[in-house]
Design a protein around this ligand. Structure first.
Ligand SMILES: Cc1cc2nc3c(=O)[nH]c(=O)nc-3n(C[C@H](O)[C@H](O)[C@H](O)COP(=O)(O)OP(=O)(O)OC[C@H]3O[C@@H](n4cnc5c(N)ncnc54)[C@H](O)[C@@H]3O)c2cc1C
Length: 491
């Protein structure tokens, strides 16, 4: 008797190094499926109902995802297969297709975050409704180190990055990436493939492209592999990654792989393999190692979420801190206004505003920028850090729950760092944007100012403001907070 396997694609929109697809390909028939679940788009309650509403997936990620799904479909079609695409609750879609093709097994990847786990539980439940006819097989496939290869059980993984990194580096190894399997055909009665919805179909605005962005991020495995080709091989940038990675302008200062890694168009093990190849063929130095070092931060947060789960979304974080007096925008008008100004890039602190405007216009922000704007909201403004994290969740083209909430919690002092640290915004601006090129790229209204004043326009006298044509409160906002006084409270 022939057997039929269904592959439920999620944030693993690729053919290379895809264990669920590879295992499913051993069946006589394979049906790849993707569901655009309406619950992932539009307005949602944060944390299950008690706090605030926000938009889960904004236009940049919705567009990137659509392109990724379309690219996956093209690649499957090139191999004689196809991708069944539906809009609807994931569990209904997967169960309906499994029922239609009389599937024996549903293969899928798993993630350690609560929503992903909830979707998985709902799919299993819906499949149980098919009279126990369908088995499920799940795989771990989005980190560099496989969860089963960690030196200790994931529940005992170290809570500090350095301890985690040194333990995996000394006592674990990265599995080689899997190749693309030969795919068996679709069953004769396969359902119609269906259309890939546009962001507008999902109720999300398709944002305009801003040419000032670092890269016109295009979704899909093909574009991901092109990015590796360009960054590593054509432009030979990996050899200087450690020195350039804190840059802020242009496509070349860092790898820009995050959107593809997070929608699963790119496997981190493939990147690791390419770094090895680069080290063999070009050069092996601190920079080549550093890309893997950064990918280990990504792993760290994935395993942290596996260990601590939903406590990462608590105000007091995994440390259960209750000693910080967070301001809640729902209960405090001044906090609400401060948050709105932060989110819109209208704080009157140029380095913060430039970064927020880049995020809002392009869906991307450098790592340096993310650290500074997060620290500013959480430490200088003391606004509930989860508001900021949720704004990032909406806007980021590379959003991942573990990387986003894990990093936010870290910066806010409630995560994996026991020290209370904050960034001095102006110092950061001077160090990383000495000539104010980045700030004026996103805030052209500050162009007439010298770099010193472009970073601290509040230091201009009224006469100087008039002379330069940059009047605070008219051409550019007054600062939302007295920076120096806000640091004093933190010392
Ligand atoms: C407040 C805050 C929120 C963040 N939210 C996200 C998020 O939602 N998704 C996301 O992928 N990254 C997030 N990061 C981490 C980091 O800023 C981005 O991964 C990085 O800027 C992406 O650009 P890149 O691919 O060029 O990075 P590169 O510098 O080229 O790094 C290579 C890869 O390493 C990983 N990486 C690097 N730094 C980190 C880090 N601190 N944590 C986790 N992974 C890392 C990413 O996968 C990245 O693509 C966040 C950082 C902060 C401070």
């Amino acid at each position: 008797m022939s057997d039929t396997a269904l592959v439920w694609f999620r944030r693993d929109l690729r053919l290379h190094d895809h264990e669920a697809l590879t295992e499913a390909a051993a069946a006589d028939r394979v049906v790849p499926v993707y569901a655009f679940d309406p619950r992932a788009y539009g307005s949602s309650e944060f944390g299950g109902g008690d706090s605030f509403r926000y938009e889960k997936t904004g236009g940049f990620r919705a567009r990137f995802r659509r392109e990724s799904v379309a690219d996956l479909r093209d690649s499957l079609r090139d191999r004689g297969a196809d991708l069944v695409v539906r809009e609807g609750p994931t569990e209904h879609v997967v169960a309906a297709v499994a029922d239609h093709v009389d599937a024996d097994t549903v293969h899928f990847h798993t993630w350690p975050c609560p929503e992903e786990a909830g979707a998985e539980a709902a799919v299993r439940e819906a499949l149980r409704g098919l009279d126990g006819r369908v088995d499920t097989r799940r795989y771990w496939g989005h980190t560099l180190y496989h969860i089963n290869d960690l030196p200790s059980d994931y529940r005992n993984v170290a809570d500090t990055y350095t301890a985690f990194r040194t333990s995996v580096e000394s006592d674990a190894s990265v599995r080689p990436p899997l190749g693309i399997p030969d795919l068996p055909p679709l069953p004769d009665d396969a359902p119609a493939p269906g259309d890939v919805p546009t962001p507008a179909d999902l109720g999300v605005d398709d944002p305009a492209t801003d040419d000032r962005g670092v890269l016109p991020f295009e979704g899909g495995e093909s574009a991901a592999l092109d990015r590796i080709e360009r960054y590593l091989w054509d432009e030979d940038r990996l050899r200087e990654y450690k020195e350039t990675r804190n840059g802020m302008l242009g496509q070349g200062y860092s790898s820009k792989l995050s959107p593809w890694l997070n929608e699963g168009c790119l496997s981190p093990r493939y990147v690791h393999d390419e770094v090895d190849r680069y080290e063999d063929l070009r050069v092996s130095n601190e920079s080549t190692y550093w890309l893997v070092f950064e990918l280990l931060w990504r792993d760290f947060y994935q395993f942290q979420f596996a260990k601590h789960g939903a406590t990462f979304f608590d105000l007091g974080g995994i440390r259960g801190r209750t000693d910080i007096d967070w301001r809640d925008p729902a209960a405090d008008d001044a906090a609400a206004r401060a948050f709105e100004r932060w989110a819109a890039g209208e704080t009157g602190i140029p380095f913060v505003d430039a970064n927020m405007r880049e995020l809002n216009r392009t869906g991307y922000m450098s790592n340096r920028g993310r650290q500074v704007v997060a620290s500013f909201l959480a430490n200088n403004l003391r606004v509930d850090w989860r508001r900021g994290a949720a704004h990032f969740e909406t806007r980021l083209v590379d959003y991942d729950p573990a990387s986003n909430y894990g990093n936010w919690a870290y910066v806010a002092g409630v995560g994996n760092d026991s020290r209370d640290r904050y960034f001095n915004v102006v110092k950061q601006a001077r160090n990383y944007d000495g000539a104010a090129d980045y700030v004026t790229h996103w805030l052209p209204e500050l162009d007439p100012l010298s770099p010193e004043y472009a970073h601290e326009p509040w230091k201009l006298s009224s006469r100087e403001q008039a002379e330069h044509g940059v009047e605070l409160g008219i051409d550019y906002p007054e600062p939302v907070v007295d920076l120096e006084r806000s640091y004093e409270k933190l010392r």
